[in-house]
Design a protein around this ligand. Structure first.
Ligand SMILES: [Zn+2]
Length: 123
């Protein structure tokens, strides 16, 4: 499994994460599958409450939409998925992106729903 994300979509996530810093930012990812590659081409915003160590959202606000394939959120520093992240990942899809300072195109990691790191390609 791998994630392929459009650079303008990643830029949008990085910009939003930068604006929320040091609080965390959260959004869903829209896209489609081709084989085991998840192509991300859309940011899907849902309401969330954020702090410096966590993001909370209501799972009932997740639209029922086959295009939602995962989530993205920010961390205040480069770090792997937290225990809470691993718990919520399966609720929001199959691929998950974490961005962190300095919020450039390299400040990003991708994970599967179990929290295992997977390759990410920016196109
Ligand atoms: Zn997290």
């Amino acid at each position: 499994m791998r994630v392929v994300i459009r650079s303008d979509v990643l830029e949008g996530i990085l910009d939003a994460a930068k604006r929320h810093y040091p609080r965390e930012f959260f959004c869903l990812l829209g896209g489609h599958w081709d084989g085991d590659s998840a192509f991300v081409d859309e940011i899907v915003y849902i309401p969330f409450k954020n702090g410096e160590r966590s993001v909370v959202f209501n799972p009932y606000t997740i639209p029922i939409d086959g295009r939602i394939i995962g989530s993205a959120h920010s961390h205040p520093r480069a770090s792997p998925p937290s225990r809470a992240d691993r718990k919520t990942f399966p609720q929001t899809g199959w691929v998950h992106i974490i961005v962190y300072p300095p919020f450039d195109q390299l400040s990003v990691s991708a994970y599967d729903a179990a929290g295992r790191k997977i390759p990410l390609e920016v196109v």
